[in-house]
Write a protein that binds this ligand. Sequence first.
Ligand code: ATP
Length: 332
Amino acid sequence: MILSTLASHSSLQILHGAKMEGFRTAILSSQTRENFYRRFGFIDNFLVYKNEEEAINLLNSLQDAIFIPHGSLIEYVGIERVSKIKLPIFGNRNLFPWESNQVKKMKLLEMSNIKTPTRFERPEDVDRLVIVKLPGAKGGRGYFTARTKKEVKEGIKQLLDKKMIQNEDELIIQEYIIGIPMYFQFFYSPMLQRVELTGIDIRYETNVDGLRRLPGDIKADPTFVVAGNIPAVARESILPLAFEYAENFIKTTRNVVSPGVIGPFCLESIVTDQLDIIVFEFSGRIVAGTNIYVNGSPYSWLYWNEPMSVGRRIAREINLAIQKGKIEDVVT
Ligand code: ATP
């Protein structure tokens, strides 16, 4: 069997893990990236495309293969084309439309009894510090903070002028939670019927993470462009709540977006000084922050006693499913 993915995001980790678990591997790469990916010996097949339309056809030509989605898939290929992938996809493909709609996304968290930041429908409603976000996984580009309705309106006008958005309705206005970010990376295993914490990371963002290095009298507005990731471990007393949230989320997705979340997902959170966890976003598939742990994390070690990246964990789940004759339980 071949495990395949799109050349970007966490593809090296995914295919490296697939190889460690004994699978053949294939990468779907644009012509411009092929040279880079050729450097890695664990990639067996190259499907090199000129345009996205061709990409889907190439992928669909693979036999006896599973496709592993990651965060760049929808962003690069678009949800329309992704729906044309005929290969079985690891995880729940029905979650993609939920993930690409900010309102539905937050609703799924609320339905799971997970604390989320207050959302403001219109700039007129803003009565506290907020963060204004653009749609899709844009890596934080264009996000801004504002203290008043007036600042929100001015910021939106600038985004419209720069043509970064077409319409004000595309934006999401959220209460800005004061605390520290922690991204809890989980894995739901239908084969072992348990949720595992596979790691925690923090996005390293410019310039919000650089501001504390400035002298106090120099003021600059924070921006949130992701440039890297930093590993983190949480105070152990925070973990029970994180697991409660994860288990609630699994139950809700099972009821609302059948067959529910399968494999990696991430609760992207702010931890406050009351040690409360407020989740401002989720990802229903592998996040790039797992790339820190190609050799496993302090948490994955607790389950496996061997190096276990999330990429390898996906391949392990597929192996377990094959052994039990239940592959249809981990793909859609
Ligand atoms: P992606 O969708 O690309 O995975 P992300 O998960 O990093 O992005 P975003 O919602 O895009 O999350 O937010 C980017 C950054 O903005 C976060 O890392 C965090 O620092 C900050 N942030 C987002 N929402 C809030 C909030 N409600 N309160 C405080 N900070 C926030």
